[in-house]
Ligand binder design. Structure first.
Ligand SMILES: Nc1ncnc2c1ncn2[C@@H]1O[C@H](COP(=O)(O)OP(=O)(O)OP(=O)(O)O)[C@@H](O)[C@H]1O
Length: 664
């Protein structure tokens, strides 16, 4: 099957590189040439017609002949035999240099790019220092210290060349680190080591091969340069470098002698370069198409005062208390979630509703301890099963993320690695959480795929993400989330990207799973219908504040915050034919531009000057009902005034007529 242009392709990076090399005659010829030279080096003792140091003083400086295909040197030694034997020394040196650079450069680059922070700063500083050291002087010092030991010189070359590689790997890792499937792997609780090996390393392989290839060319030139200077392996043992040196001494008598080593060296360097270029072309488009990171918005600091504390419930599975999350902006840290509190009991499904940009996703991420780079919890705490999550170290977090709290995001396809099959995605998590052998984990994987009602689990397990529909991808994401049998599932708009029929299926699936396994669910949604169908209680969030919370039927029938009332009135079902869709005037303010006092005041039909003069406390109009509105009694009156005649009794269905949109 040929996937349509622009879609993800099943072809993995190694396959793409292989195909690009095969399609280009020059790259193919380069590969063939290097393979030939390498084979010559390996089988030199068998292939060489003479010994590398055997002299024949009767035939010195002879040109090519049937006895000596490439002629003889000034001591009558066979040039072809010396070239073959010399290639062993040269390729060994190149291998030592490149291997050292790979080990040092790739390791440091990966760690700097993936861990960031002080590791990144330390690696940057070290690479700057090493890059400032002149290579040739350092190699001369090493050779002086180690007595012409070529291995020491080439290892030193590898170390000195590693900063360039480290920088390339760091850059590529920074890009890969932002990919949703890497975030998904972290959320699922995979250890860093596994993520680096399984998710990041395969993606930086392209740039690494390019660099290694170019490095091999310069390692070869360095090795032959040392041989030419009479350093490294000493005569009479042949190296390509000392063959060039020998030829240069007799260039006036036999210029041909320079041709064989000059050609093999030149072609080898050219081949390494051509292969590097081809791999770069094969991998460049993927790096270029990687989406840019989300820009951090400029904002000024807000001055909200803390609101009264929520009633901490000792029996809650999750208790978020007065949580403030700040993100870095040009003006320092800006609070994005501001004193938010919420609770979820064991096995309970709770909704989190609000317009885009209100802070719902960040609240979920803060619960999982996965904030964007530079983001911090600056106040409040998150208690899970009584334990303060802020006190967990990386090892303990691994026992929580994916294992006890799992996430299903709104972009299921994005959270699946395009180069990994469905089965491997689930299998890796099954083994991470339950251990066991390959057979047992495969059986469990198939169980999970059938639990989320994926047709033909065996076949689906062998599929790649691009072969799945949105609904199937979401089911796979749910299966992955369930692999650790979590007690809490954060479902961040799990049906937003799906069509209505699939939405209904996914919601039914979530409800069934919750019923069967007793999993608590925090359901982030824009859709009141979904919230009414799924949740017992809901929280309404606006511009970083929790503005209202209550049992869902209560919210639907008696909202006590104008924002909730406005949101309910905006449901598309209130639209009239050819009429405009109801909407709340204005937009959610950016985190740094939130007005003082009630953030909703500029859009609120009930706002008065008191609303903007200071922080608005939280009121509790009824048991279990909380609102952050000074005019909550007026909201209640408006709702009752707006009840249409003959309307069904409150709370009977989610789409019942609710108050008109606020004036303004
Ligand atoms: N990585 C980030 N860097 C800077 N600002 C961010 C980042 N992520 C979110 N924000 C900002 O934080 C605020 C809250 O974002 P969040 O994604 O939590 O909102 P949301 O209510 O979940 O919206 P949506 O429904 O669109 O996902 C927004 O103003 C957003 O622009």
């Amino acid at each position: 099957m040929t996937p349509p242009e622009g879609t993800r392709t099943r072809e993995g990076r190694p396959e793409r590189i292989r195909r690009t090399v095969l399609r280009r005659p020059l790259a193919l010829a380069s590969l063939g040439y290097l393979a030939l030279v390498l084979a010559g080096a390996v089988f030199a003792p068998l292939l060489a017609p003479y010994g590398p140091t055997a002299t024949d003083l009767q035939h010195v400086l002879s040109g090519p002949s049937p006895d000596h295909w490439l002629g003889t040197d000034s001591l009558g030694r066979d040039v072809l035999s010396r070239l073959l034997h010399g290639s062993r020394v040269t390729f060994l040196g190149v291998g030592e240099g490149v291997a050292t650079a790979l080990v040092v450069g790739v390791t440091t680059g990966l760690l700097a790019g993936f861990l960031g922070g002080w590791t990144d700063r330390l690696v940057s500083w070290l690479t700057d220092v090493v890059l400032a050291v002149p290579v040739i002087v350092s190699l001369l010092v090493v050779l002086a210290v180690f007595g012409s030991d070529e291995t020491a010189a080439m290892v030193a070359f590898g170390v000195l060349a590693s900063p360039g590689l480290a920088r390339v790997v760091r850059g590529a890792t920074l890009v890969v680190r932002r990919e949703p499937y890497v975030a998904a792997a972290r959320v699922a609780g995979l250890p860093r080591r596994r993520i680096l090996r399984g998710q990041v390393l395969p993606r930086v392989a392209g740039p690494v091969i390019v660099q290694a290839s170019l490095l091999a060319g310069s390692a070869l030139l360095t090795e032959t340069g040392l041989g030419y200077l009479g350093l490294g392996v000493q005569p009479p043992a042949p190296t390509w470098g000392n063959m060039v040196a020998d030829a240069s001494h007799v260039i006036d008598r036999q210029p041909w002698l320079l041709v064989p080593p000059g050609v093999v060296i030149g072609l080898a360097v050219l081949s390494f370069g051509l292969i590097g270029d081809t791999v770069r072309d094969a991998t460049a488009d993927r790096v270029a198409s990687t989406p840019a990171p989300r820009p951090i918005r400029r904002a000024r600091a807000t001055t909200t005062r803390p609101v009264p504390a929520a009633n901490a419930n000792a029996t809650a599975l999750l208790s978020v208390e007065e949580l403030t999350v700040a993100l870095p902006t040009g003006d320092g840290l800006t609070p994005v979630v501001d004193g938010a509190s919420l609770e979820i009991g064991k096995g309970e499904t709770v909704g989190l509703v609000g317009e885009s940009g209100c802070g719902k996703t960040l609240t979920g991420r803060a619960i999982l301890g996965l904030l964007p780079p530079g983001g911090r919890i600056t106040a409040g705490r998150v208690l899970f099963d009584g334990a303060d999550l802020a006190t967990l170290g990386p090892r303990q977090w691994r026992g929580v993320r994916g294992a006890r709290i799992a996430l299903v995001s709104q972009e299921p396809i994005g959270s699946l690695d395009p180069m990994v099959t469905v089965g491997r995605h689930v299998d890796e998590l099954v083994r991470r959480h339950h251990g066991g052998n390959r057979k047992a984990s495969r059986a469990r994987t198939l169980d999970l795929l059938s639990a989320v009602r994926l047709p033909d689990p065996e076949r689906t397990a062998d599929r790649y993400p691009h072969e799945l529909s949105g609904g199937m991808a979401q089911r796979v994401a749910i299966a992955m989330a369930l692999a650790g049998e979590p007690e809490l599932l954060i479902a961040d708009e799990p049906t937003t990207a799906l069509d209505v029929t699939v939405q209904a299926e996914i919601l039914t699936l979530l409800r069934t799973l919750q019923h069967d396994k007793g999993t608590a669910i925090l359901l982030v949604s824009h859709d009141w219908g979904v919230v009414a169908e799924m949740c017992s209680r809901a929280y309404v969030m606006y511009a970083g504040h929790m503005v209202e919370s209550a049992p869902v039927t209560r919210l639907l029938d008696h909202p006590r915050h104008p924002y909730t009332a406005g949101l309910l009135a905006c449901a598309p079902r209130h639209a009239r034919p050819r009429g405009r869709l109801p909407s709340i005037p204005g937009t959610v303010p950016d985190p740094g531009r939130r007005p003082d006092g009630c953030h909703f005041a500029p859009r609120c039909p009930l706002s008065t000057t008191e609303c903007t003069t200071g922080p608005v406390p939280v009121f509790q109009p009824d048991a279990g009902h909380r609102t952050r509105c000074l005019h909550h009694t007026d909201v209640a009156k408006e709702v009752n005034d707006e009840q249409p005649a003959g309307a069904p009794p409150p709370g009977t269905r989610p789409d019942r007529h609710l108050p008109r949109p606020p004036r303004g």
